[in-house]
Write a protein that binds this ligand. Sequence first.
Ligand code: GLC
Ligand code: CA
Length: 557
Amino acid sequence: MKHQWWHEKVAYQIYPKSFSDSNGDGIGDIRGIINKLDYLKDLGIDILWLSPIYQSPLADQGYDISDYYNIDPRFGTLEDLDELIAEGKKRGIGIVMDLVVNHCSDEHEWFKKACEDPDGYYGKFFYIEDHKPGQPLPCNWRSYFGGNCWEPLPGHEDKVYLHVFHKKQPDLNWENPELRKEVYKMINWWLDRGIAGFRIDAIINIKKKLPFSNYPEDRDDGLSSINNMLAEATGIGEFLDEMANETFRKYKAFSVGEVFNEKDEELTDFIGDNGYFSSMFDFSTSLLGTNENGWMDPSLITGEAYKNAIFAAHKRVEGIGFLSNIIENHDQPRGVSRYIPASDLSDKSKKMIAGSYFFIPGLPFLYQGQEIGMENYAHISSLSDLDDCANADIYDALIKHGFTDEQALAQLAFQSRDNARSPFQWSANKNAGFTEGEPWLMLNPNYKKINLQSQQADENSVFHFYKEMIKLRKSAEYSNTLVYGTFEPYMQEQKNLLAYTRKLDKNMLIIANYQNDPQKVVLPSAAKKILLSNTNRSLDFNTTVQLSGYELLIIEL
Ligand code: GLC
Ligand code: CA
């Protein structure tokens, strides 16, 4: 594996709408991010991925772009973005934008022109099919947000267009070389502006199995998950290779793909030395136990399942490339609420989960608020407390499966994407210091207890633990081992012990007791030094250590 400039970095995802509001309209903005760059620098961040800030009706919170060459005025201006790029550079922080090109917005001018002339140049940018009212649709695929994925083309009663996400997100037709050329031109325009790269949204959906056909129904709505179609779609590599050649490779840009369902034999093509992307996210845990009712698994993930999933994911790419490691993002509930039973949630267990994923090989990503241990809502009183367009489908599916209203809301409080999208908790002040105005989305009521300001003042906080982890990964002594060292699971069969070694010029062992009960661990050799502990433990053992509940140690052997 060739060394790359980004290997030793630490990345951070910003959900701009909920990060920091600079002008009191209740919506986070670019200036808000600029104001916090020193904070991010101090934390140790080098790469900042911004969820979309392009012009958008925000039907799917910016993942529905109506102008790829402009910033939505709610987030600021192009000048603000240039300033962010420049101020970032001064601090050694590269800006990574979100590339959303499986679909655009139905308010994009391409789509408007397609509606004017479906058989014309721009009509071919989309998937538009003839459809006589009352006749079956071109196929029975279910949109990711529920319902079928066809919508009448505005102004044309006899035509429908495809949207695998929201109906305001018409799919772009990648089979059309003119469309692809437009996409590459746009990517290069941004790279020329000085951004460090892109996170690539929903990219696996760009290759459809054509012609449109039905797949087996997998819910009582008579529809079939898009995944059934994707499993049969082949040939995405040609698009991705062309895109990489026309854009990222020319700039040595960093690119990280939102890739699901890739096959083993494709890994080298995706993230090898000359892959389509620099990296892709490890979604092995976010997919654990996914069921047909919605995006996510409604049940808690056990320590054993968590460990086995991340270990397997990294063994699979060993020697091939770098995965990007996360415990949460804007599409998932908060990691600490997802991976730790509510009754065991504490600073200690939050640090345990942090240390477990952070030192696995690959590029560590933090999602805003993760560094202070932000949690799920835990309680919502009505659907209107929430915002995300995916909620309604999940709610309906739960009600159909016999949940009461109260149970369905409790389930959403656990699994809704809004859990990660509530505003950043900067302080215990009004609106958690996020805005002077009315926040666009409900704050988590726990902000008086969980907020950055109080954690900055407390050296035992989750925040300081994250800072220490980042410092260790970047330290002159341990960086080489933590970035490039081998990875071996240790005592993987020992229940609720999550342990692995990292070895190169140093011999390091990460051990975590993923349960409330204490547990004894026999080390492979004598411990020399404790590099990090979530209990401030000093070296009081030699080759056998008794770990307390949720204790985590990073040890030099
Ligand atoms: C990705 C994004 C998600 C969005 C979807 C459609 O999965 O992360 O937020 O809803 O794509 O663009
Ligand atoms: Ca604002």
